[in-house]
Design a protein around this ligand. Structure first.
Ligand SMILES: Cc1ncc(COP(=O)(O)O)c(C=O)c1O
Length: 413
């Protein structure tokens, strides 16, 4: 097809997860919300919907314990608090993730130590994690970025060998799987976000899952000011916050849960269609997926070779934007360790605590240790993805990407 032929198509407005066009909020949510309001019990300490959500989510993941909370950030915070590192202990994590997965480490007095990523997937690997382990490492957080699982066989083996708790950040990876087992159930603790843009949402919310009853109790206590609800002589046992989910959020999330699998199936079907449509387009790599993995396409990522497509991801993104197609070259503008909070150690007052306890080499962030991170960020172009995309939407996307590539190869806009 010539670029002119493509240009003749009427522009398509794609569904967005930021509003009703791309969300599946409807009668089911309204009905449960009405029940909550009619009951007059809006707190989960008295109501039943958050409790039901926890039971159903645990059943879905075939894991014994699920605890709801107020956000994905709260979920990560509760997971770290459950592990209970000593001040100055190190938690290995990714520099390509949401800041909500990193700041909780500092709030618990631990030091985030950043490992490099595999530029093909933007995920940590056992090899990059192992490189940054130290005698002070007390935990690992892996993020299954964009819905594509990390290489968990190797990472779980490493965590087991080193006896380190492994937190899986599944905020972007509901029902993603490795060897048919859902992420979140593979490590020590799994964390999920229910924020507006995730596979399912209740506006803000989070879920924590674990096989371990001791950790489950600590997580539940942590999101409840460490008050021992139900204990014979309850007390506030340790330093903790109110990170509870309300019944209103619980009702919406419970209804959303019933729609999760269909939404994911649709995301995968449409993503595979785009991959087929883009096959063979020079200079573009479609998502790299291991045969062991189920990628659930929170986002659809392209990697752009600037030697083949002049201007690379940024130039391609600019043309797509001019067509009205949302996209994010680089995904995040910079690795987490270049963000002010980490770079300036901007924590509590002027103290810089807990960075004051860090090993100097753990907080130096030498660029040569992050070749994968810089390569990944310079090549990636992230496209929003949605279960409401139809075949014609995906075909439109494919045509517009082809047109943008041809334009750049012909010498620019
Ligand atoms: C990978 C990842 N981790 C953690 C979070 C934090 O979740 P929340 O925004 O619900 O606090 C998000 C997203 O928002 C995320 O994408």
């Amino acid at each position: 097809m010539t670029p002119t032929a493509i240009l003749d198509r009427t522009p398509v407005t794609l569904p967005s997860d930021q509003d009703a066009t791309g969300r599946s909020l409807g009668q089911e949510e309204l009905q449960l919300l009405a029940e909550v309001l009619a009951s007059g019990r809006l707190t989960s300490t008295r109501g039943r919907f958050v409790n039901l959500l926890e039971q159903r989510f645990a059943a879905l993941l075939e894991i014994p314990h699920a605890i709801a909370c107020s956000s994905g950030t709260a979920a990560i915070h509760a997971a770290i608090a459950a592990i209970n590192p000593e001040p100055g202990d190190e938690i290995v994590t990714s520099p390509i993730t949401d800041m909500g997965a990193i700041t909780p480490i500092l709030y618990q007095g631990a030091i985030p130590v950043f490992a490099d990523v595999n530029p093909d997937s933007c995920n940590l690997t056992a090899e990059t994690i192992e490189r940054v382990l130290s005698p002070r490492t007390q935990g690992i957080i892996v993020t299954h970025l964009f819905g594509n699982p990390s290489e968990m066989d190797d990472i779980c083996a490493l965590a087991k060998q080193k006896r380190l708790p492994l937190i899986e950040d599944c905020s972007q990876a509901y029902l993603a799987a490795v060897n048919d087992k859902p992420v979140g159930s593979l490590g020590t603790i799994g964390c999920f976000s229910l924020q507006q843009g995730k596979h399912i949402t209740c506006g803000e919310g989070g879920l924590v899952v674990t096989h371990d009853p001791h950790l489950a109790r600590r997580v539940r206590l942590f999101v409840n000011k460490a008050w021992g609800y139900g204990d014979p002589q309850p007390d506030h046992y340790f330093l903790a916050l109110n990170y509870r989910m309300s019944e209103l959020q619980g009702a919406v999330a419970l209804a959303q849960l019933t729609k999760l699998e269909n939404g994911i199936a649709s995301r995968i079907r449409m993503a595979e269609r785009l991959t087929t449509r883009l096959a063979g387009l020079p200079g573009i790599k479609t998502p790299h997926i291991s045969f062991k993995h189920r990628h659930v396409y929170w986002r659809y990522t392209l990697r752009i070779d600037p030697d083949v497509i002049p201007g690379g991801a940024v130039a391609l993104g600019k043309i797509l934007s001019s067509f009205g197609i949302a996209n994010a070259p680089r995904y995040i503008q910079k690795p987490a360790f270049h963000c002010e909070v980490i770079r300036n150690q901007a924590t509590f007052g002027k103290s810089r605590w807990p960075f004051t306890m860090a090993r100097p080499e753990a907080v130096r962030y030498d660029p040569e240790n992050y070749a994968g991170v810089f390569k990944a960020l310079s090549e990636i172009l992230v496209l929003p993805w949605n279960e409401r995309y139809r075949e014609q939407d995906v075909d439109y996307l494919a045509e517009k990407i082809q047109e943008a590539v041809l334009t750049l190869q012909a010498g620019g806009v």
